[in-house]
Design a protein around this ligand. Sequence first.
Ligand code: GUN
Length: 236
Amino acid sequence: APLSQIKPSFAPTPVDNNDMNNRTEPPTVQKTIDLLSMQAHIEGGYYVETDRDPLNVPNPFINNKDPGTSYTVPETDVTSDIRLSPGQDHSTRSASTTIYYYITPGSPLGCFHRNRGRTVHTLHRGRGCYVLIHADEVLRGDRTAENNKARIETFVVGHDIERGEKLQWIVEGGKFKASFLLPDTDGGDKQSEGLLISETVVPGFEFADHDFMRAAMLVELLKPEEVEELKWLLRE
Ligand code: GUN
């Protein structure tokens, strides 16, 4: 379905996602947050890291021409606007990390960001819409189509597999991703109790491998009408 036909399950003026300390949730939603010990996520929603593999693996995101000595990010790294913080040892990554991630009536939007790692998502509860921007294809130069603008992909995650809703979904590294809450059924008026999922990132999550979409980048990547349709999914 075109994105314009997928209706969010929250008011047109959503609550301020980034006011991390002032979010109010329905009691059942707050109970889930408390039971799973989740905290506010900077992307919107809530999360808790439930596993970090004690195994460290060589960092696959560095240009390791000379193993053991060279830890510089190549200029041509397609996923890299991301700068390695000085002083942090980036020679390895945890083999994997897993989180619960929860978008809720009080924080119904996970804003556009990307990770270098590949992420496996598994649905537990609720329903939502995902929007992916395939920025890596443009940056890599494999895509000469349509003024070099990025491909947009949207899909619905939910329990209704007969309608094509996904129980599992994979997002490759280097893609921008946003998600927002949908009502449990199309046109349903029952308040959603949130979209609860698990995400496993390989190799494991580090902030150095994460960045947010900025307005200027959205304008570079998309056609003007697409910018208008998707700018509400930006962090600010
Ligand atoms: N810390 C802040 N954000 C995240 C995330 O998305 N995943 C993990 N594992 N830790 C985080």
